[in-house]
Design a protein around this ligand. Structure first.
Ligand SMILES: O=c1nc2n(C[C@H](O)[C@H](O)[C@H](O)CO)c3cc(O)ccc3cc-2c(=O)[nH]1
Ligand SMILES: C[C@H]1O[C@@H](n2cnc3c(N)ncnc32)[C@H](O)[C@@H]1O
Ligand code: MET
Ligand code: SF4
Length: 409
């Protein structure tokens, strides 16, 4: 952005952003209003004043997990009477409810590989005929595809090559929050201590594998878990570099840690609104413009302010199921959200779980089994029918932003 040297803002906050490659320290000290203005410019050019969401239902396939993140209230030990694996009937019941309410996505979110840590979890899986949770997940995705019109999106944490292979034909998109690149937080006393799936190297490997296999992928940062601002900037660069190799990152979520009474981090402070806004703006400035920036509307009463910091997406919102990960926070009514967005100067539009550019850019990112169904939902060639599902049709393609070499810098 060209900064107007005569503007009062420039007088208080000198040129951090006039630098071609701002450092984390530059981003940390820059005037927040200048950062937000620059982020808005990028957002407006790429996405306009359209803000999207995916109408979805949430299926917590299992709450057992081999990890024990200190911020997580979702996870249940297999000895806990509340520990569970959803039955196919339960999955279908949720899916059918969603279908009846016009949902187009079913988000499977689950604990990571509990069978590798707990005999009880292994036995519970064996009872329903499976050795690995991921195999059951793939079959449940297939069931949803067979019996309903919903597109499965899978958020199962780290994935090995063969897990991605079996999920790819039955999931329209997948995701995994990188969370952080801080190795410090895996040490004793840290939120990721003894969590094998939260070591940054494993998270980064999953991002890379998804790219190699051309899976449209959602990732993001969980902020306020003890990471430094510089570590957030480092994480954003790591995501962007991975995307520059493969073009598969469809969206990056900036999620604010929420305190709950029943977690180890019950007394940890939550990030402030300004902290969220600075991180969102910096994400918008660092990441390639075609990567959507998402922040949840239910984790802050002041979420509309995120629009001023450059977001263009609210993520999945459900008229049917609660947010099982942050169950104390209700979804906004979609009609109310649409109204408040309109008053703020933005149009709320529905989208699919897979972003439009992956439909336009050919078959590489859509598995052949899903091609016809997705095209049918989105309209032929991604444009004709259901125009509203292709929000951001003014988006530039990956090639336009990256050039044929595929590198953004
Ligand atoms: O309701 C939620 N949806 C979450 N989603 C769903 C997400 O908002 C939508 O499913 C995607 O935007 C796809 O449409 C995630 C998806 C991922 O792939 C990775 C992480 C998340 C995190 C959450 C979450 O905390 N709560
Ligand atoms: C599915 C995603 O939910 C996020 N998640 C887990 N626990 C919390 C919490 N207390 N507050 C906010 N987000 C959380 C993590 O980022 C995880 O990857
Ligand atoms: C409640 S978290 C759900 C997804 C997965 N266990 C992760 O942490 O990435
Ligand atoms: S956040 Fe995900 S990986 Fe961590 S304990 Fe909860 S379910 Fe497991």
């Amino acid at each position: 952005m060209q900064t107007d040297k005569t503007s009062p803002a420039f007088a208080v906050a000198p040129a951090a952003l006039a630098l071609s490659n701002p450092s984390a320290a530059d981003f940390a000290s820059a005037d927040l209003d200048i950062l937000k203005a620059q982020a808005r410019d990028i957002r407006d050019t790429q996405w306009g004043h359209v803000v999207t969401y995916s109408r979805k239902v949430f299926a917590p396939l299992t709450n057992m997990c081999r990890d024990t993140c200190s911020y997580c209230t979702f996870v249940k030990h297999p000895d806990d009477p509340a520990a569970n694996i959803m039955s196919p009937e339960q999955v279908l019941a949720i899916a059918k409810k969603g279908e009846a309410q016009g949902c187009k996505e079913l988000l499977f979110s689950l604990g990571e590989k509990p069978e590798l840590r707990y005999d009880k979890a292994k036995a519970a899986l064996a009872m329903i005929g499976y050795q690995r949770m991921t195999d059951y997940l793939a079959d449940m995705c297939a069931l949803v595809l067979k019996e309903t019109s919903l597109l499965p999106h899978v958020n199962a944490g780290t994935l090995a090559d063969d897990e991605i292979e079996i999920l790819r034909p039955v999931a329209a998109s997948m995701g995994m929050m990188l969370e952080t690149v801080s190795r410090r937080l895996t040490q004793k006393g840290g939120p990721h201590y003894a969590c094998p799936d939260k070591t940054p190297v494993q998270r980064l490997r999953t991002l890379e594998r998804a790219g190699q296999r051309k899976v449209p992928f959602t990732t993001g940062l969980l902020i306020g878990i003890g990471e430094t601002f510089a570590e957030r900037v480092e994480a954003l660069h790591a995501i962007n570099e991975c995307h520059s190799r493969h073009g598969h990152i469809q969206e990056v979520i900036i999620q604010n840690f929420q305190r709950k009474p029943d977690i180890v981090m019950a007394n940890a402070p939550e990030p402030s609104l300004d902290d969220m806004m600075r991180t969102i703006a910096v994400a918008r400035i660092i990441l390639a413009p075609e990567i959507s920036i998402q922040a949840p509307p239910n984790l802050s009463a002041r979420h509309l302010a995120y629009l001023d910091a450059g977001i263009n997406d609210w993520g999945g919102i459900s008229p049917v199921t609660i947010d099982f990960i942050n169950p104390q926070h209700e979804w906004p009514e979609i009609a109310n959200l649409a109204n408040s967005c309109r008053l703020a100067g933005y149009e709320l539009q529905e989208r699919l779980t897979i972003y439009p550019r992956y439909l336009r850019d050919g078959e590489a990112f859509v598995s052949p089994q899903l091609q016809a169904r997705i095209n049918n939902m989105a309209g032929s060639n991604g444009l004709a029918r259901n125009q509203h599902l292709l929000a951001g049709s003014q988006e530039r393609t990956i090639e336009q932003n990256f050039g044929s070499g595929g590198c953004h810098s």
